[in-house]
Write a protein that binds this ligand. Structure first.
Ligand code: FES
Ligand code: FE2
Length: 407
């Protein structure tokens, strides 16, 4: 029997610094460049689920801040990740978000052909290259990939996080209980929207439950009386929203509670739980009894962020489960629109000279923890005043050196 993570939750300290990151960190180009290198490209990012590419030749892509990956299932059934970057002149070897190919990937620019294991099968017009042209030197460049509970995780550069299985070990029992490995893509699996905000403003909203009571009437109706943030070691953050103590006042919530089927395989703490599992810096996995999704915010520029996610269902889905999933999605869409508005307000507040920073409630401690992880990686963010943009990297390097040198 899996133990509820609530048993492991770290307490909110009696005294803590309730301020957030300074406003300048939300629009500095130089800091954004550091975040790209030290936070995004060097931390695990979810790119999909094994079931998104069920057959040899199936592929999906994942783009992040100028880097781009493709994951393709080989003839041997093994998924592998590569840079989606042709070794001839760098074109995208596959175009789009997902697809399937027959036995080989053919670059659309000049037709170089790659095997599904990334090796170069051949260049078009090989006689036009140098005599000693060695195909073995021109395979697609591998990208680090690990699989956890069926989900595919990529990392463009080495970084401070351990292997995904170790990093997410506290989630393993809940993911297994939810049969995450068996999930398959929902019919309309992915959604994407762009917001004119810094990515941290999206996280700042999503990392706390203080706003649920007022800003999310449907969630409040569904589970507001029994919502709980759980802070785990290693920067992990889980939220449990237990529903079903009341029939629900809003139409979609009432219908959902009425139709969501009892799942006998789920342990008691997950039977009537909308559970959210965070992964630093920008990802959340969400399970409800009838399905799952992940969502993440992918920065584009300091003030532009792509919000995107994928939804999954169970392969043996009954009509009742499908109805419940439809109703859950309706509630989610409403919630997401509300959060997007809050992110915009949160981000624009920083333009005002009167803005004096955050003063956080104990119910917003998750936001503080997220900021603390960023402060550790990028100590320059502890500066109240913005450093000169051209000094940002040097100053940050100095602060890292100081923190490592013996006192
Ligand atoms: S860039 Fe791919 S074949 Fe030329
Ligand atoms: Fe929210």
């Amino acid at each position: 029997m899996t133990r509820p993570l609530t048993d492991l939750s770290l307490p909110v300290p009696a005294k803590w610094d309730r301020s957030g990151l300074p406003a300048w960190t939300y629009d500095s180009k130089a800091l954004f460049a550091l975040e790209r290198a030290q936070v995004f490209l060097s931390h695990w990012q979810v790119a999909g689920h094994e079931s998104d590419i069920p057959n040899p030749g199936d592929w999906l892509t994942f783009d992040l801040l100028g880097e781009r990956a493709l994951v393709v299932r080989g003839q041997d059934g093994v998924p592998r990740a590569f840079l989606n970057l042709c070794r001839h002149r760098g074109a995208r070897v596959v175009d789009g978000t997902a697809g399937t190919c027959r036995g080989a990937l053919i670059c659309p620019f000049h037709g170089w052909v790659y095997n599904l294991d990334g090796s170069l099968r051949g260049a078009a017009r090989p006689e036009t290259f140098d005599k000693g042209f060695d195909r073995a030197q021109f395979g697609l460049k591998p990208v680090e990939m690990q699989i956890f509970a069926g989900f595919l995780f990529l990392r463009f550069r080495p970084g401070p996080q351990p292997d995904v299985a170790d990093l997410l070990a506290p989630y393993a029992a809940d993911f297994a209980a939810n049969r995450a490995e068996t999930l398959v893509p929902a019919q309309t699996a992915s959604w994407t929207t762009e917001l004119p905000v810094n990515w941290k403003s999206v996280r700042d909203v999503d990392n706390e439950g203080y706003h649920v009571a007022l800003a999310h009437p449907a969630l409040q109706d569904l589970y507001g009386r029994d919502y709980r943030d759980i802070y785990l070691p290693g920067g992990l953050h889980v939220s449990y929203g237990i529903f079903g103590d009341r029939p629900g006042r809003r139409w979609s919530v009432r219908q959902y509670i009425q139709h969501t089927p009892e799942q006998p395989h789920l342990p008691p703490h997950l039977k009537r739980n909308w559970a959210y599992y965070g992964l630093f810096p920008n990802t959340v996995f969400a399970f409800t009894p009838e399905g799952a999704q992940y969502y993440h915010d992918l920065p584009i520029e300091p003030s532009r962020t792509l919000l995107t996610g994928r939804q999954y269902r169970y392969p043996n889905e009954t009509r009742q489960m499908r109805l419940a999933r439809y109703l859950a999605t309706r509630i989610d869409r409403e919630t997401s629109a509300e959060d997007q508005q809050l992110s915009i307000w949160s981000n624009e507040s920083m333009l005002s000279e009167g803005f004096e920073g955050f003063h956080l409630s104990d119910l917003e401690y998750g936001l503080r923890r997220h900021h603390d992880q960023l402060r550790r990686l990028l100590p320059v963010t502890t500066r109240a005043e913005p450093p000169p943009e051209d000094e940002m990297q040097r100053l940050n390097d100095e602060l890292i050196c100081q923190s490592k040198s013996p006192a």
